[in-house]
Write a protein that binds this ligand. Structure first.
Ligand code: SAH
Length: 212
């Protein structure tokens, strides 16, 4: 997701109390930052942040971190936090490839990937967030019984993601090729901005939940 480059968005992010500016300093210490030993869950590629903000509001007993690489998009989340601050949520502006510099071994309890960029060219497969290269990084930071939840409307990306599981040592816990018509998996579903947009166009939403 790329928005018009909003003038000053980097400066506004630099001043925001909702953003962790030197996230590497908290590696292994996120519980200290939040001031509680509640479970830590992260969304990689949060966009404007509606999903993670809804979750944080619904679950004060869980700590959340939303990660986004583009400041123009992240700014929208920050603006929403200014009118509705949530004590159990922080944002980071970063490239997800650096995730193991920011979270310690097994520090995270769940990872959400929602409508990740498809990177359709074969030579860009390593950049896909559900690729085996990324699964290896997640393996480092995720607790032993932790899970990854992935949603997309992109059929090719979903097929690719399923094919990455076995070679990377992950197993499928749950899967649907039409989330919005799957009663069991739909229960408790929190919609993302992209999910609302694409499901309104009639696209089926794919979802998996995986563990090691
Ligand atoms: N999760 C949101 C947005 C989906 S668009 C929703 O479902 O509505 C995908 C988002 O992921 C974009 O905002 C993009 O900038 C971000 N993103 C993609 N690759 C990323 C990466 N490697 N590191 C951090 N953010 C990334």
């Amino acid at each position: 997701m790329r928005l018009r480059n909003i003038t000053g968005s980097r400066e506004m992010i630099a001043e925001s109390r909702f953003v962790v500016h030197e996230p590497q300093e908290y590696k292994g210490k996120w519980r200290e930052l939040f001031g509680s030993d509640h479970p830590l869950r992260i969304e990689i590629g949060m966009g404007k942040g509606r999903f993670i903000m809804d979750l944080a509001r619904m679950h004060p007993e869980i700590n959340y971190v939303g990660i986004e690489k583009y400041s123009s998009v992240l700014l929208r989340g920050i603006q929403k936090m200014e009118t509705d601050p949530l004590p159990n949520l922080y944002f980071i502006r970063m490239e997800a490839e650096e995730i193991t510099d920011v979270f310690g071994r097994e520090e995270v309890d769940r990872i959400y990937l929602n409508f990740s960029d498809p990177w359709p060219k074969d030579r860009h497969a390593k950049r896909r967030l559900p690729s085996r290269e990324f699964l290896k990084r997640y393996d480092e930071i995720l607790s032993k019984d932790g899970v990854i939840e992935f949603k997309t409307d992109n059929h090719d990306l979903f097929r690719f993601a399923l094919g990455e599981l076995e070679p990377a040592g992950w197993r499928l816990l749950q899967m649907t090729e039409d989330l919005h018509h799957d009663e069991q998996m739909l229960s408790g579903n929190v919609m993302t901005e992209y999910e609302e947009k694409f499901s309104a166009l009639g696209n089926p939403i794919y979802k998996y939940v995986i563990a090691r």
